[in-house]
Design a protein around this ligand. Structure first.
Ligand SMILES: *[C@@H]1O[C@H](CO)[C@@H](O)[C@H](O)[C@H]1NC(C)=O
Ligand SMILES: *[C@@H]1O[C@H](CO)[C@@H](O)[C@H](O)[C@H]1NC(C)=O
Ligand SMILES: [Zn+2]
Length: 601
């Protein structure tokens, strides 16, 4: 029996096998209205179907023409528990339950953007973000990753717009002011991978199975930025087995999209902040591609085992990048992930005893969006890298990875399932596995019990340059020239800045010199700009406040918003301006971001 503290659904008794959506998208009312047919199948004899919902206007549940009794109970943290009386259903029997409804005003999965907030300012835009538990705000469902279903959809949108979903397109038909699109997703997916986007979008082909979609004015730069997508997908197949989803398309969203990317099947959503002009942020695409196996095929049964999704995905992402650009590159990213993402998160964002720093978390009474951090990503991938090193053969560990993904595809699993399979696969390595401290790695808060070994060659060069700034006198930094920094790849530049930031705050003189010498805010790479702002904010350099506020206005990624707002709010001189800016930006921000920043304030 699976217990998912984030869902009220009775999925141990009965499951949804398929959803048929029939939607009309209304940009005036900013809502989706229509119906859903839930094809349910009982695991055991039951009379009721319990679903998750959030702020939905439900007209009724029906079986054929018969209206069914239902009650909606509030649950402040998660939305609503909807109990529908469906009549007797024997184990193994199935039924179609129809629900007519529309989405609420504050549907947390949806952002309707007025045209002014798009790049081209031509037409309004809609996109969804259902992870973690927002699918329930667009359809009554079993909003737990332990339930996987296929779906079909018929969606009508204004004819000026194109509609896409996390599914295979089955064509469209124009009927005057409205165009109706059809989709099918024949691979069973958890509800959090349901996704829709509608906007003025143009398509550019990358390969027979890959394309990029974006607003017309950016589609060419997007096609350039993501040109290696097919190559990455092939490398991923080599590592993880055949790609089962048919198409792999990308859609570039408006800047308020709160994440770097979201691995919606068949259609990865990405932030426009990846368009650096030099393909330097393509690792995000490798990450989303990796999710086609880790997360989307093999899914953590509850959000508490989220690391099975994200830890494995980061590990696989770096394997892909390593095959394409060299093992040293992989080592570099892994070490940076450990030093600059994981350790500061454990020490600064939380503390060594904080329960969110455990790999397996306990989410009873906690909104998964609040516990979100880099821990499952970086502690998880560090754990896998450590195990790989203990096994002593990358080839054998890669073989394990492939077999694991093949064995558990289309399923939702827990950490115990993974561990049992690891022990079975490496039955000949019993003493080696016996020496690994699984309990501390998985269940204890704080820094991991062991640090993987990393090749530090590339990082050393970055540390060297950073020292020139941190260890010399004020007047000596005036003679530092920009060339060494400018010859570095963007990721190495970010590492230099991270090294500077982790030392004592720079003097005002050095801050000015650093900014002037490298023109950091002119970088087209957002990570470089962000790393610089973090240095200046940490040093409480008042001159940088306007730039920091401009940055959080331009770029809606939570990765940037969360630390910048947190640091600005806790800095006495910056707080009033930061609060005022947040209030001003709120109407154009994503609902998830608003909720997160409100809690920080
Ligand atoms: C979903 O749609 C496809 C074609 O569009 C169809 O073949 C399939 O039977 C549909 N699935 C269900 C369960 O209705
Ligand atoms: C599994 O991971 C996904 C993200 O990849 C997350 O959205 C989901 O909530 C997780 N499920 C559980 C039950 O932990
Ligand atoms: Zn991910």
């Amino acid at each position: 029996m699976i217990v998912d503290p984030s869902s009220a659904a009775n999925f141990n008794e009965i499951k949804i096998a398929h959803i048929d959506l029939n939607w009309d998208v209304d940009f005036t009312k900013k809502q989706i209205a229509g119906s859903a047919v839930l094809k349910v199948k009982a695991n055991q004899k039951t009379r009721k179907l319990v679903l998750d919902g959030k702020a939905l206007n439900i007209q009724g549940f029906f079986e054929g023409d018969k209206s069914l009794d239902f009650v909606v109970e509030k649950n402040d943290l998660y939305g609503e528990k909807i109990t529908v009386q469906i009549g007797d259903l024997d184990a193994g029997a199935d039924k179609d339950i129809l629900v007519r409804y529309s989405t609420g005003e504050s549907a947390s999965a949806l952002q309707f953007l007025d045209r002014e907030l798009t790049k081209d300012k031509h037409e309004p835009f809609l996109f969804s973000q259902c992870q973690s538990i927002h699918a329930r705000s667009i359809v009554p469902c079993m909003d737990s990753p332990s339930v996987k279903q296929t779906y079909n959809a018929t969606v009508s949108v204004p004819s000026e717009l194109t509609c896409l979903m996390s599914a295979i397109s089955e064509g469209s038909s124009v009927d005057g002011p409205k165009t109706t699109y059809k989709f099918k997703q024949p691979v069973p997916i958890p509800a959090y991978l349901l996704a829709i986007v509608a906007g003025r979008l143009e398509k550019k082909k990358i390969s027979d199975r890959c394309a990029v979609w974006a607003e017309p004015s950016v589609v060419d730069s997007a096609a350039y930025e993501f040109a290696d997508t097919e190559k990455m997908l092939k490398t991923a197949e080599d590592l993880a087995g055949p790609y089962v989803w048919g198409r792999y398309d990308l859609v570039v969203l408006p800047p308020s999209f709160p994440f770097g990317g979201m691995e919606n099947p068949c259609l990865t959503f990405v932030t426009p902040t990846l368009l650096a002009g030099d393909r330097s942020l393509a690792n995000v695409i490798a990450h989303e591609i990796a999710h086609s196996w880790t997360g989307n095929l093999v899914t953590n049964a509850t959000w508490e085992h989220f690391w099975l999704n994200e830890g494995f995905t980061v590990f696989l992402e770096r394997k892909i990048m390593g095959r394409l650009y060299g093992e040293q590159q992989r080592q570099f990213s892994a070490l940076v992930g450990y030093e600059d993402n994981l350790l500061p998160c454990i020490h600064d964002q939380f503390d060594c005893h904080h329960p969110y720093t455990k790999l397996i978390t306990d989410l009873k009474g906690v909104d998964p969006d609040d516990s979100y951090s880099v821990v499952p990503y970086e502690k998880g991938s560090a754990f896998l890298m450590y195990i790989e090193q203990q096994i002593g053969s990358n080839e054998r560990f890669e073989e394990f990875l492939k077999q694991y993904l093949t064995k558990f595809k289309y399923q939702s699993i827990t950490t115990d399932d993974w561990k049992a399979y690891l022990e079975q696969f490496f039955a000949d390595k019993k003493p080696v596995l016996g020496n690994i401290d699984f309990d501390t790695w998985l269940k204890t808060a704080g820094v991991p019990p062991n640090k993987p070994k990393y090749d530090e060659t590339l990082v050393e060069a970055c540390r060297g340059l950073a020292k020139k700034w941190t260890d010399s006198t004020d007047s000596a930094v005036d003679s530092i020239t920009p060339d060494e920094f400018q010859k570095m790849a963007a990721a190495a530049q970010v590492k230099v800045l991270q090294c500077i930031r982790s030392a004592d705050p720079l003097s005002m003189h050095k801050l000015e010199a650093l900014d002037r010498t490298y023109s950091l805010l002119a970088s087209k790479n957002c990570e470089v700009q962000f790393a610089w702002l973090q240095i200046a904010v940490k040093a409480k350099w008042a001159a940088v406040i306007p730039s920091a506020l401009q940055f959080v206005t331009n770029y809606g990624r939570l990765k940037y918003l969360r630390p910048l707002y947190r640091n600005l709010f806790s800095w006495k001189e910056a707080r009033p301006a930061a609060v005022a800016k947040f209030v001003e930006n709120m109407p154009s921000m994503h609902p998830i971001s608003v909720q997160v920043i409100k809690r920080l304030m």
